[in-house]
Design a protein around this ligand. Sequence first.
Ligand code: AMP
Length: 282
Amino acid sequence: MKILRTKEAVKSELSILKNSQTSIGFVPTMGALHEGHLDLIKKAKLYSDYVVVSIFVNPTQFNNTEDFDKYPQTLDKDMVLLKEIEVDCLFLPEIQEIYPRTPRLKMVFEGLDNTLEGEFRPGHFSGVGVVVAKLLNIVNPHKAFFGQKDLQQVAVIRQLIYDLSLDVEIIALPTVREASGLALSSRNMRLSIQEKKEALILIESLTFAKSELLAGKDWLSIRNQIEDRFSSQNIRLEYFELVNSATMEKINSIEASASCSICTAAYVGDVRLIDNITVIED
Ligand code: AMP
C-alpha cells in the first residue's frame, strides 16, 4: 500500500494509471476505521481496478470544536486494516495540505442543508461540500463510495456532483451494524458498555416507527410515542423525522413520497449518534 501525503504525490501516482485506462475507486474517511468503512472499501475493490482511501479529519465540518478534539484517532490500527484488505493507496494529508489558507468558500445546498443534520450542525454541510470537492479534485476517481448511514450527506454530495458537473459516479451503500443493530460509527468508541446498550434506542425506535407506519398508523402520533420513549430513558433526542430519501424534505405520511426514510440524531451521554432506516425504497 502506497502512503501519500501530498496532492502532488497523489496526482502523479494516479496520472500514470489514468493513461492506462485503470478504473479508480475512492473511499473518503475520517479514520477510526470499522467494518462499515471496510465494507465500502471491499465494494470499491470489487468495482474498480485501483482503490484510494483517504483519512482526513476535516476540521471545517465540525461545528463544535470539542467534537473535533475528541474525534477518535487510531491511525496505526487503521493502517494495519488497510494493508490487510490490500488497499492500493492511502492518502493521508495534514490539515495544511488541504487548507494552506483558511478557505473563504462556503457552500449552500438550498433545501437540502437546512434540516436534520444541517439544522443542528450549522455549517456542517458547507465543510463537507468543500472537502469532498477538494478530495475529488485531487483523486479524480471514476467512482466514489459513501455510506447511507449519512443519508443527508449522500444527498448533498449527489447535488454537489450534479451542480459542478463533476465526472464521478457516486455509489451509496447500506449501513453496516453490530449484531445488536447498533449502526457502526467511529464515535461508538467513546461509548461505555452501558451507553452502548442505551444507544440501541435509536435502531429500536426506527424499526418500531417503520413497522407502525407500514401498518397505516399516523406519523405524528408515532413520533410522539418515540419522543416519550427517549425522554423516559433520559436520552436527548435532537430529531426523529420522516423524510423523502432523495430531497430530505420532511413529510408527514408515506404516501407523500416515492421513497422515504426515517432519520434520527440523539446524544447518548455526550456522544452524538445518528441513524436512519429506509421505509420505502425507490
Ligand atoms: P466517516 O469516517 O465517518 O466520515 O465515514 C466515512 C464513510 O463511511 C462515509 O461515507 C460514511 O457514510 C461511511 N460509513 C460510516 N459508518 C458506516 C456504517 N456503519 N456503514 C456503512 N458506511 C458507513
